[in-house]
Design a protein around this ligand. Structure first.
Ligand code: SF4
Length: 369
């Protein structure tokens, strides 16, 4: 239990009292939290919410990544992953390639396939439907988290379908949930610099609302540590909170720290441990209506993934075999994690691990590789 009277910083004490009284914090509170150096008191407020929601449990998943192509028409300056057709390292996974990879994942014991890729006009809806059906045929119990809001918007336009029609087709083919990518930062000024051809923040939120109306649970991300201001971060989180008040369809908020290697963007600075802690703890407090806050160990490293569990984070993400996107941008972590490794990151921080799919369906543990 937090004790607002014992918090030395008056403003953080007021925020703690709001949390106890279940009054949503405002934008000014959020900006204050993102700038405070008093991270221990901030963390105690964030963890009060985390413990109320999830007790001592931290979630992880055993999953694989499927990045079906790196060919992309948008070539966002923030992206180290994309290529033009014909580039030396351009690739496209055929259905045979996908079958081989998913079979290897199933042999390992994965619960989930996470699918995202570039936007390429050559790929028709039939390719995506066949991919989804093939995966479900290999193992009907595999949970498929597929395509960002940016991809859904593109597929719908290219196929001449409305978004509701597209969602119906892809749910029928096997989509179970939607990842949170493509949100980047909603603030138009910065978004236009880092991803000028990508759909606007408004459109990203609109696609998610329609997905929620179709019963799909989704994540929401925020790319930080590039050219955004603290005010942009605050605005991003509040816009997610507003949509969540309407739909209740976001299950997880996932801040992603930007890696600049091989991109056309110079990071404004390398985020410090304090920056990461402030952001995750503030997100836990601001997004009181989003159940989970996830810290991707692959983006942050093992040590920060452990630490953030005491600052509001209740999910450290998955094994993600063959992660391509952040490693193309210079992430120094491994591009795959074993289940015992993730369990150790949780246990050694004093928490109890629980293996789940992206919809937080509990799965039995025990993969030892
Ligand atoms: S970030 Fe996504 S949309 Fe932008 S270039 Fe990379 S793959 Fe394409």
């Amino acid at each position: 239990m937090i004790e607002p009277d014992k918090i030395r910083d008056r403003k953080l004490g007021v925020i703690a009292q709001k949390v106890l009284d279940q009054i949503p914090v405002n934008r000014e509170d959020a900006a204050y939290m993102l700038a405070t150096n008093d991270i221990l008191d901030l963390g105690s407020i964030a963890n009060h919410i985390r413990n109320d929601l999830h007790g001592n449990t931290t979630f992880y998943s055993v999953n694989m990544n499927l990045n079906y192509t790196n060919i992309c028409e948008l070539r966002c300056p923030l992206c180290a992953f994309s290529c033009d057709p014909g580039d030396e390292n351009a690739y496209l996974l055929t259905l045979e390639d996908i079958e081989e990879r998913v079979k290897a994942g199933v042999a390992y014991g994965i619960d989930e396939v996470h699918i995202v890729g570039g936007l390429w006009d050559e790929l028709k809806l039939d390719y995506f439907e066949s991919m989804l059906r093939l995966i479900k045929k290999l193992d009907p119990d595999l949970h498929i988290v597929a395509f960002t809001a940016v991809e859904y918007d593109y597929f719908a336009r290219k196929a001449g379908l409305s978004l509701p029609e597209l969602f119906e087709r892809l749910i029928d083919a096997g989509v179970d949930a939607i990842p949170g990518g493509g949100a980047e930062i909603f603030a138009p000024g910065v978004r236009n610099k880092i991803a000028p051809k990508k759909i606007s923040g408004n459109r990203w939120l609109e696609v998610m609302k329609i997905a929620h109306e179709h019963g799909l649970k989704t994540n929401a991300t925020m790319l930080y540590n590039h050219q955004e201001s603290l005010e942009d971060q605050v605005d991003h989180m509040f816009r997610i909170r507003e949509v969540q008040d309407e739909t209740g369809g976001f299950k997880t908020f996932v801040p992603l720290n930007f890696h600049e290697e091989n991109t056309e963007i110079s990071a404004r600075r390398s985020s410090t441990g304090y920056d990461d802690i402030r952001l995750y703890a503030t997100a836990r407090i601001v997004l009181h209506n989003v159940p989970h806050i996830k810290a991707l160990w692959m983006y942050l490293g093992d040590k920060m993934a452990q630490t953030l569990q005491s600052f509001g984070v209740d999910d450290i993400s998955g094994t993600y075999f063959n992660e391509k996107v952040v490693h193309a941008a210079g992430a120094k972590t491994s591009d795959r994690g074993s289940e015992p490794h993730l369990q150790n990151l949780i246990e050694s921080a004093g928490y109890t691990h629980c293996r789940i799919t992206a919809s937080y369906r509990k799965r039995s543990e025990g993969n030892k590789e």
